[in-house]
Structure formats: C-alpha cells, structure tokens
Design a protein around this ligand. Structure first.
Ligand code: ADP
Ligand code: MG
Length: 283
C-alpha cells in the first residue's frame, strides 16, 4: 500500500454519502459512500472533532497509520483519509454483510464448521498483525464484519481504533477493550499481544454455544468474572461439541499468558484444520 491519499477539504466533493448509517461508534458514524468519479461504493467512518481530546486525536492518527501498514485479505483496507474543520473521515473498503455479532444473534450458535471457518480467518489476520508487532486490543463480534451476505462470505477485521504498535520486550499498560472480551491481564495493566488471543477465545466460545464465558449484571461484575478467569462448558450447550473444540477454547482462554496459545499455533490447531476442510453436510 503506502499510496493512501490524505486530503484536506470536504469529502462531499468526492463522495455521495448514503443514509442510513451502517454503524455508530463513540465519536461518529459509518456511512456508505459512492466515489463520484469511479462509482465505487466504500465505507466512510466520520469522526467528529469537537468532542475529541488530544489523546483521542493521537489514537485516531494511530488507527490510520496502522491501517495503512496492513495488507491482508481478512483486514479492512484503507483507501483515503480526509479532514475538514468539523470531521475526520476514514475511507475503507465496504463490508456489505454486516457484523459477526448479528449473525450470532440470528443463529443463536454456529455449527463447528462455521465457527472454525470464521476463527481461522480471524487468527490468520491476528497472526499477520502480531508478526508486524501490531496488537488490536478490541477484538469482538461487533468489529468482525462479513464482506457479503453469503453464508460463506469472507470476514474482515475492522476498527483498529484501539490498536497499537508494540515493542516485544515491553509490556503494555493502557486499559482498553470491552468487558466480555477483555483479558484479565489487561485489567491489571500489564500485558502483551496475547490479549488478542484471549478475546478470540471468548469469541470462539460464544460462536459455539451462544453465550459468553464471563458474565454478570453490569460491566463491573462481568470484569470481576474475567478477573477470576474461571469458566465452564455448560453440559446442556456443550454436550454435542467436540473435545477438540473445547481443547482449543481452553488453550486460548488461558489465564497464564506464557501458556496461552499463540495466534499461529491456534491457526494450526487440529480442530481448525479438521473442521475447515470438512463440508457442512459431512458433519
Ligand atoms: P467504533 O470505533 O466507533 O466502534 P467501528 O470502526 O467499529 O467504530 O465502526 C462502527 C460500526 O460500523 C461497526 O461495528 C460496523 O457495524 C460498521 N462498520 C465499520 N466499518 C465498516 C465497513 N468497512 N463496512 C461496513 N460496516 C462498517
Ligand atoms: Mg467498533
């Protein structure tokens, strides 16, 4: 890549923004936009400058810088970055198929085959990021998007707003993430890139049984449950699920970061290998 254009000026000179918005975040909204000269449809994340602190602006610059460095089939690619007096605009490839979150809600839980197909792609992207010393820090089903509406659509990781370039010899200490998915060591502000694997483990657990491994009535309680790091495979939901799947979940949702499996090893785990190869009807 490296040819991402940065422009000062109104994005509406180059794009028609289409209502309604695709998603809402902390500082702005994501819209579909049609590039006037090419007629291409893209996603445009608008971030309102008014409410942003200096630190928020730094995070945003980081998000753009990191996206520019990433070139992977399972990671949203960036095309352009605009700003005017009111907004920043991040133009990326559009995912038309919605969030992984919505598909899990619709289907309650995924077949092992389907969960393996998604997890393999997520792990492939995470392996790539970790090799480049980039950590995402907010992996969750809301930030994993389907390219199309097809059941076998590719998935793409989005939202690098909390991502960071890390030094492998130094622990990170910034507390970022989302209660259900955050790793316990992140709560204690001393962690490395393995925090992404914990979050992937939680996502995998949820895909397989339809419920989160760590829960509570409010964010505080959820995080207390995460801190303990004890979870169960409830008999009812898990009795039909293979031991290989449970083995991988346990290796990912492992409190000891030294014992926790790496992204690359998780991708090569027998469960991923076996289930990605199978056809849905064989199972
Ligand atoms: P935030 O940092 O505010 O969470 P995100 O980048 O996660 O911002 O975007 C918010 C939501 O907008 C996402 O959860 C998703 O539903 C939607 N979205 C973001 N990027 C795209 C995209 N490239 N294509 C389609 N929808 C997107
Ligand atoms: Mg998000």
């Amino acid at each position: 890549q490296g040819f991402v254009t940065e422009k000062k000026g109104k994005i509406t000179a180059d794009y028609n923004l289409i209502q309604p918005c695709l998603g809402k975040g902390a500082f702005g909204e994501v819209y579909r936009g049609i590039q006037k000269v090419t007629n291409q449809v893209r996603a445009i994340k608008l971030i309102r400058k008014k409410l942003m602190t200096e630190e928020d602006c730094q995070m945003l610059t980081r998000e753009v810088d990191i996206l520019k460095q990433l070139d992977h089939l399972n990671i949203i690619s960036i095309y352009e970055f605009y700003q005017d007096s009111e907004y920043f605009y991040i133009v990326t490839e559009l995912c038309q198929g919605g969030e992984l979150f919505d598909r899990i809600v619709q289907e309650k839980n995924f077949s092992e085959k389907k969960a393996a197909d998604v997890m393999k792609q997520v792990l492939s992207a995470v392996t790539y990021c970790h090799e480049k010393n980039i950590v995402h820090r907010d992996l969750k089903p809301e930030n994993i998007l389907y390219e199309t509406n097809n059941t076998d659509s590719l998935i793409k990781i989005a939202d690098f707003g909390t991502s960071q370039k890390f030094n492998p010899d130094k622990k990170m200490d910034q507390r970022v993430g989302t209660p259900y998915y955050i790793a316990p060591e992140v709560l204690d502000r001393k962690y490395n890139e393995k925090c992404d694997i914990w979050s992937c483990g939680v996502i995998l657990y949820i895909m397989l049984c339809g419920a989160p491994p760590f829960n509570g009535d409010d964010d505080y309680q959820i995080m207390e449950s995460v801190r303990k790091g004890v979870f169960k495979f409830k008999e009812q939901e898990w009795k039909k699920i293979s031991n290989e799947a449970k083995d991988l979940v346990m290796k990912m949702i492992e409190k000891d970061t030294k014992k926790r499996i790496s992204a690359k090893d998780a991708m090569n785990h027998p469960w991923i290998q076996t289930y990605c190869q199978k056809k849905e009807e064989d199972l």
